[in-house]
Design a protein around this ligand. Structure first.
Ligand SMILES: NC(=O)c1ccc[n+]([C@@H]2O[C@H](COP(=O)([O-])OP(=O)(O)OC[C@H]3O[C@@H](n4cnc5c(N)ncnc54)[C@H](O)[C@@H]3O)[C@@H](O)[C@H]2O)c1
Length: 406
């Protein structure tokens, strides 16, 4: 057996499971250490791997992990969003290949702090834009890159969130507060902003957005706790399960969602549940994005439609096929996309394996890098400012690519 790559995970909640499961399934990888202040979460995470808790060196503080683990080949950070930048900067300084969950950070200031560390240390860094690794978006990328639709002119995309996910975002102890999650655009749609950037092929230069809490507004006729609610049995959000695969585990479900059974309308939160965003790119591409909570059934999930000078490509991520229309002939081709793996429509395993690739090849730098995370963040933050202040936000780039909103 060749050398085993020793990895550590910082933040061992629901998301860490996808990494722990996929990475420890590769026999070259050994999970040796974890940091999480909540032992229960860590226990659940390790139960998804063949690694016993007793085999792990466990820390409640990531700083202790960094101080004591001098021999790591790779690190995963999957802490809540506001706790990304500090451990990430430390791992970057140590030159260890890092998979950092999306979003990059929750503020422009923290993002720029990380970008400076990136500039100084040139790390191998993979941001958790797992949808780029799905067969669906890879196929669309292949079509766009092939020139089949000509040059991209406009992009329409949406994310239509199920009641279960709406429930998690609106009730999670950290997701429902902008100070901790960065807001719903940041927590839920940083992926979509990244994908739109990726397909647009230019830098965003202006944003207009509208929206906010349109669905889950406070309702004085409902009590704060579901237990006291007379209409709870007919409420779609009463005990609606969290979205992740880990939701099957009652312990995790409970511990992740202590506030789960507070009224979704009356719980204290400041994040949006519906928003629209229009973007203009430096190369003239225009894009429109809609986020809506509370959507089920056909054409839910994520849809995208890219219109080019010679044709169009479109699809719904859950339908496992895309359409490509050639404008000159008017012919449409439907392309099936077989997806055999679970976890973000087949993206989770491939994404986790990218960290393995980075550990094997210490020159490999994936294109889901810190700057992609920064541009996505800038769009999410600018959208929220635009919606709150009812004005257009323009992006001014300095020589380092840092953005000033004007
Ligand atoms: N790429 C994706 O598609 C995707 C999907 C889900 C979540 N995420 C991201 O993954 C991250 C984690 O999300 P989650 O769903 O696992 O949340 P979670 O709340 O289930 O887990 C977060 C974990 O971090 C731990 N934690 C809190 N403070 C910590 C600290 N100081 N040091 C170490 N650990 C700490 C918590 O105890 C918890 O176990 C978030 O950034 C989220 O946006 C990404």
């Amino acid at each position: 057996m060749e050398k085993k790559f020793k990895i550590a995970i910082i933040g061992c909640g629901a998301r860490s499971i996808a990494y722990a499961k996929n990475l420890t399934a590769a026999e070259e990888v050994e999970l040796v250490a974890c940091a999480d202040p909540d032992r229960e979460h860590l226990r659940t995470m390790s139960s998804y791997t063949a690694v016993k808790e007793e085999q792990l060196r466990i820390y409640s503080d990531w700083k202790d992990l960094c101080e004591n683990e001098q021999d790591l080949d790779g690190v995963v950070i999957a802490t809540p969003n506001y706790l990304h930048h500090q451990p990430a900067a430390e791992i970057i300084r140590r030159g260890i290949p890092l998979a950092l969950e999306k979003p990059l950070t929750t503020t422009m200031k923290d993002s720029e702090y990380l970008l400076e560390a990136v500039r100084d240390f040139r790390p191998q860094l993979l941001i958790g834009f797992v949808l780029r690794s799905t067969p669906f978006y890879r196929k669309i990328r292949e079509v766009v890159d092939s020139g089949a639709i000509g040059s991209v002119i406009s992009i329409q995309a949406d994310e239509l969130v199920t009641p279960g996910v709406s429930s998690v975002i609106s009730r999670s102890p950290w997701r429902r507060h902008t100070a901790m999650s960065g807001g719903t655009m940041m927590e839920k749609c940083s992926h979509d902003m990244d994908l739109i950037n990726y397909f647009a092929g230019g830098r965003p230069i202006a944003v207009n957005s509208f929206g906010g809490s349109l669905l889950f507004r406070p309702n004085p006729n409902l009590p704060r706790k579901c237990a006291d609610c007379k209409v709870k049995e007919s409420c779609l959000y009463y005990k609606e399960p969290p979205f992740s695969e880990a939701a099957g585990d009652a312990t995790l479900q409970k511990s992740l969602n202590d506030s789960m059974y507070e009224c979704i309308y009356n719980i204290d939160k400041d994040v949006a549940d519906n928003q629209v965003v229009s973007i203009l790119y430096s190369n003239g591409v225009i894009a429109n994005f809609t986020l809506a909570f509370n959507c089920r059934g056909t054409r839910g999930g994520r849809n995208i439609h890219i219109i080019g000078t010679k044709g169009r490509v479109w699809g719904n991520i859950d339908e496992n096929q895309i359409g490509v229309c050639d404008t000159l002939s008017g012919q449409t081709q439907i392309i099936d996309i077989p997806v055999t793996e679970k976890g973000h429509n087949g993206g989770d395993r491939k994404h986790a394996m990218t960290l393995l690739e980075m550990m094997k090849d210490r020159t490999f730098r994936p294109d889901q890098d810190a700057y992609a995370g920064y541009l996505s963040n800038a769009l999410c933050i600018a959208s929220d400012i635009s919606a709150a202040e009812a004005r257009q936000i323009r992006f001014q780039y300095d020589a380092n690519g840092f953005i000033k909103f004007i």
